[in-house]
Design a protein around this ligand. Structure first.
Ligand code: C2O
Length: 547
């Protein structure tokens, strides 16, 4: 293994899409940002230099950061943000992971434009557990906003409204021919017949879970969130923000007499506005003479309807860990600590002397876990913990279950207000944890892609309605459940996840729809040091930013 050095310069970049030009924040003058490429076992050192007026931090989403929690990246959780004209050098080793992940800014909504792929190749002399692809191609889904996303979320948080939605979805930064003014901004995947391509799919969209399909082709899923899965083939994929997926595309054995559209558009069951438009790219067989006149007339895939909850549940149920001798699934078979988290929306009262535009004009939108709408502190949780200065910064009594249980998928309670607080759960090193993530109906059932930092978890069960502690555990898969860092709590349902808390530090968990994170659907785990040689959090780096 080797050490790979990168420099990420955060700077302004003028980008035009949909005939709107914006000065946006980007890394090294690229949008989407540069690829981070490494092999399993490598050390990666990235110097991030902030040349813009915003505070920034970068999260290496899905990287385990074993004992290196200082470099995880979420602002006010593991670090203070990097201020203007300051830099911070992230430094971590990639241990026991190979596949695709993503990096993104982790403060406010800056990840709308600051994001890029992480490509982890197997160790040298190691091979894939599937046929070697002819080529590997990153496909990043994103969202384009004609106006500044920072202005959108800060205004929404002030007046309590649901924020404006994006103006387009993108594939590798391009909206494609189904949008105004965008035919020239179309992503083209150029292929040869009879070959196998590995598509590294990344959903970096800010607020939307997406369906994806390529007309007249199927895709074989081989990896999810940098863990191998038992291969399965599907015509349409579902991918949540923060999730990644490696899929094999086998091209037709001959030059087909056509070029095909690949499209993505959202899945959504909540209330309020949504960008219900379609991004398209083209799959283009490199044929000597095949001019394409009108891109919008190309064969288009059929995608499920916007509220296709059953499709989503069935698709998610296809995922199983590869779980072979070389890549075993280390599923906790017994549980030391059990948590029941009711996740969903709620409200905050509108401040006096203000008119709010929330669910009513006396309330603002909020979101919570077990009625706690998590407030970020103004210093970082990890420093506070490490230096013994947690007093007044956070409390350690985050509720393990709802204080007042209710019928989560039935009629919601009358009082929808949640309490704002900064609370964590403290865990001993290597505790085996089970969490039931239960969607609630407060302000409507909605799917929540929950992301856990610092760990992968196994999804041992899922279902609709309320979780039933008497019946449901009997159906758990404790043999080969899928291992992920982000999983959707089904709209009107629940999932059960398990993991070993084998990584000391402070670890964020939140909905990866940024609007829900901003509203407080987030919390943190504080995992204590173990006693073994590789079980202690490293000392903090000398250039750790201060708040
Ligand atoms: Cu990809 Cu805390 O985020």
């Amino acid at each position: 293994s080797v050490t790979r050095h990168y420099t990420f310069n955060i700077d302004y970049l003028n980008v035009t899409r949909l005939c709107h030009t914006r000065s946006l924040l980007s890394v090294n003058g690229k949008f989407p940002g540069p690829r981070l490429v490494a092999r399993e076992g490598d050390r990666v050192v990235i110097k991030v230099v902030n040349h813009v007026s915003n505070n920034v931090s970068i999260h290496w989403h899905g990287i385990r950061q074993l004992t290196s929690g200082w470099f995880d990246g979420p602002s006010y959780v593991t670090q203070c943000p990097i201020q203007t004209n300051q830099s911070f050098t992230y430094n971590f080793t990639i241990t026991g992971q190979r596949g695709t992940l993503l990096w993104h800014a982790h403060i406010s909504w800056l990840r709308a434009t600051i994001y890029g792929p992480i490509i982890i190749l197997p160790k040298r002399n190691d091979s894939y557990p599937f046929p070697k692809p002819h080529k590997e191609i990153p496909i990043l889904f994103g969202e384009w906003f004609n106006t500044d996303p920072e202005a959108i979320i800060s205004q929404a948080l002030q007046n309590g409204a649901g924020p404006n939605v994006s103006d387009a979805y993108t594939i590798n930064g391009l909206p494609g021919p189904l949008y105004n003014c965008s035919s020239k901004d179309t992503y083209r995947l150029k292929v040869r017949p009879g070959k196998t391509y590995l598509l590294r799919l990344i959903n970096a969209a800010l607020n939307d879970e997406l369906f994806f399909s390529i007309a007249n082709h199927t895709l074989t899923v081989v990896e999810a969130d940098a863990s191998y899965v038992k291969p399965f083939t599907a015509a349409t994929l579902f991918i949540s923000p923060g999730q990644t997926m490696n899929v094999l595309l086998k091209t037709k054995p001959f030059f087909p007499n056509a070029t095909f559209l690949m499209t993505a558009r959202p899945y959504f069951t909540g209330q309020g506005a949504i960008d219900n438009t379609t991004v398209a790219g083209i799959l283009q067989y490199k044929h000597p003479s095949q001019p394409i006149k009108n891109l919008t007339l190309l064969p288009q895939p059929t995608l499920p309807p916007i509220n296709a909850t059953t499709f989503v549940a069935n698709f998610s149920a296809n995922f199983k860990s590869l779980a072979n001798a070389k890549f075993p699934a280390n599923v906790p078979q017994k549980v030391d600590k059990f948590f029941f988290f009711a996740v969903g929306l709620g409200t905050n009262p509108c401040p006096k002397n203000m008119t709010c535009q929330g669910p009513s004009n006396t309330t603002k939108f909020a979101a919570s876990i077990n009625n706690v709408s998590f407030a970020l502190p103004s210093v970082a949780l990890l420093q506070s913990y490490y230096f013994g200065r947690s007093n007044g910064v956070y409390k350690t009594d985050f509720p393990a279950k709802p204080l007042n249980p209710f019928n989560y998928t039935g009629t919601p309670p009358n009082n929808t207000n949640v309490s704002n607080d900064t609370k964590v759960v403290v865990l001993k090193f290597n505790t085996s944890v089970e969490i039931i993530l239960q969607d609630t109906n407060i302000l409507g059932a909605e799917s929540h892609p929950l992301h856990l930092h610092g760990f992968n978890f196994f999804i041992v069960g899922q279902g609709f309605g309320n979780y039933d502690a008497k019946k449901d555990p009997a159906n758990y898969n404790l043999v080969d459940p899928v291992e992920r860092n982000t999983a959707s709590v089904p709209s009107g349902g629940w999932i059960a996840i398990r993991f070993f808390a084998d990584n000391p530090g402070v670890w964020f968990m939140h909905c990866h729809l940024d609007v829900h994170t901003s509203w407080g659907l987030r919390m943190a785990w504080q995992v204590q040091d173990g006693t073994g040689p590789n079980q202690k959090l490293q000392p903090p780096p000398s250039d750790l930013p201060q708040c």
